[in-house]
Design a protein around this ligand. Structure first.
Ligand SMILES: [Zn+2]
Length: 263
């Protein structure tokens, strides 16, 4: 565990794991990290990941577990309808909580993970008409690519799922659920988590700025565009052996503060 990055550390974290077992380790890690960074909402909200392979199967936490209790081997396998395929702990899953996730997984096969939160800052921004404001460097990574979906109540019927998928679109990976919370998605679990970590921080800053009542420095739209593109380039430059160095850094953090995730 002494290596800071690269194949030695990757081998330590994922020793001879199958593709599905790697996804399980990553997904359990994301649950622990969301709890560690105080973005959980008791036992509610979910993070889901697609099981590699031809089946439309997904992994989700056992219903009733705190996020820091989630273990890779105990994740529940469900299908797109929330029907349980495998449930090692016999705790079931929350099909209502999976409804939003299933709509996204069914429509966007490029997205392997969907992460949903209710946080004070996230719900606050989701309750405003302006959404994310381009008022600082952090926020400019979200200058483009953020969808919004209007609130329709807790129960999600089939028609709302269609509207939700239409609102997300074919390329975006971030969605503000109006008056409700935040959603990030990724081509892997690490991407969904890092997007959420950054989005949450942006929401916190924006609430602080709005609460200050002070006049805000405006950023020229050309600089906003430039910075957005720079963020995309940094993300591409940060891959090591197929893993994003930031995700590996978070896994090293968990080795110190919450290593049970990979059990
Ligand atoms: Zn929710």
């Amino acid at each position: 565990m002494s290596q800071l990055s690269g194949t030695d550390f990757v081998t330590d974290i994922y020793p001879n794991l199958s593709e599905e077992e790697r996804v399980r380790v990553d997904l359990a890690a994301a649950y622990h990290l969301i709890e560690h960074f105080q973005m959980s909402d008791s036992i509610y909200t979910h993070i889901s990941a697609r099981v590699p392979g031809d089946n439309e199967y997904f992994l989700i936490n056992p219903y009733g577990t705190r996020f820091s209790e989630v273990k890779a081997s105990q994740l529940v396998t469900i299908d797109l309808d929330g029907k349980i395929i495998d449930d090692p702990c016999q705790m079931g899953a929350n099909p209502a909580g999976f409804t939003i996730h299933s709509a996204i997984h069914a429509a966007r096969h490029d997205l392997k993970c969907a992460l949903h939160t209710h946080t004070v800052a996230g719900v606050s921004i989701a309750s405003t008409q302006t959404g994310i404001l381009p008022i600082n460097q952090w926020s400019l990574q979200f200058y483009h690519g953020v969808s919004r979906h209007a609130y329709e109540g807790i129960a999600l019927n089939l028609e709302e799922r269609e509207r939700l998928v239409n609102d997300l679109g074919s390329e975006n990976k971030i969605m503000i659920l109006d008056n409700h919370g935040l959603m990030t998605m990724g081509e892997n679990v690490g991407e969904a988590f890092t997007l959420m970590f950054n989005l949450e921080r942006v929401c916190k800053v924006q609430m602080s700025v709005l609460a200050s009542g002070q006049a805000v420095n405006q950023i020229d739209s050309s600089v906003c565009d430039l910075t957005y593109q720079q963020y995309k380039q940094f993300a591409e430059m940060s891959l090591r052996d197929g893993f994003h160095v930031e995700w590996l850094a978070y896994l090293r953090l968990l080795e110190k503060v919450s290593p049970s995730y990979k059990e």
